[in-house]
Design a protein around this ligand. Sequence first.
Ligand SMILES: [Zn+2]
Length: 426
Amino acid sequence: MRKALIVIVFTHLLNILHAQKDLDMFPKPHPWRGNNQFLNYVLKKYPIADTIYFKIPLTFWIYTDKNGFGPGPVQIKQQIKMLNKFFNQYNHTGLYFYVAKINFVKNRRHLTMGYFFENFFTTTKYHIPGTVNIHLVRNIKIFSKNNNIGGTYNSLTQALIITTSNFPTGLAHEMGHYFGLLHPHRNWNRGKLFAESVSRTRTVPLSHKRNCEVRGDYLCDTQAQPDLSLFCDENCNYIGHITDPWHQPYHPDTDNIMSYFKNKHCRKHFTRMQIAVMLYNVTINQYAKFWRNIPQNNKFFPDKYEPDNYPQIATLLLPEQEQYHNFNCLPTGKETLFDTQDFFKINFVKKGLTFIKISKAKNLFPQLKLTIYDNFLVPIFTRYITDPTIIKLPDLEPNIYYIKIQQINRPKTCNLYDYKIKLTVY
Ligand SMILES: [Zn+2]
């Protein structure tokens, strides 16, 4: 059984190797294929506006060598910021992403991820359901070579693999695949039978369907285009003088996130229909009920400072500026994930009396353990907190310190715990 599966998988892998860099072996159904009108109905439900309809949890798997070297939480925080820029600022997709969990896998072998078997088995082994799983590696190699593959989406295990060389648009591109988008240049060089035409009104033989609805990425609002990594310069200008198989010259947009470019900074834009495809695929996801941005789901969503579970990505705590923090939970099918700690960074410039005020917020007040660390992460002070309180800190020399606030004795039920924190220096 397992042998048969491996043979099937391998055959599929070889078939798609020349076609594209993403492992789109088991493509999702495309109800808009031949019927783009379908997507207008989707957009009636989710008008494109500055509204967040879904908040989608991400699980990161970071592969490091045994000393911990490799991509780290700082890069994840930057990546999430960029991802939300593409999905909310440059494009109003209605999708917002947050980090549910960061896992470290100390295994140098996976730092350079093999494109075939290693990809398949690793992303099967390391997987948290109910979240989008993203594997952060240094390189992806095909056979023994390090090919310049920035990222890949494995549609079989539904995992994203991103390399550090593929920052900053790689994650947005692979996320597009995760939510059902295809490359606009798909099959561009495979002749009249398979290619998308520049003309938006051309129909395919023996059917009344428009060519642009059944070829390429099946979307008529993304223009027909060749692989732009071959026909665009570093400044994102189209420099191809080529035609489609019907001899019409291409006039592609050169900023689509799902296109290929030499310069990945060219990618900025999703079209209206691309957004509709993603919204449709989120809606049919079995976990969508946990992702909907509605008040009942607030217990699943982290506060605005997250992720801040590690000192490298601690939240800066400035005097007299009160911050709201929560410990959210997340059902993932098998188990429930809990956010259990926040890291803060404080920067004392002069000696003085220092207080930390922990007060009640809107929801359940958590039992806490507060630890202060010096600049070398050596713990120097600990206090348990069961009620809102003001803590006088020990005399501290001017320097940088870290505070860890950890939730303890948490019941395994999915409730929202939160608190407010304020630093006062006299
Ligand atoms: Zn791709």
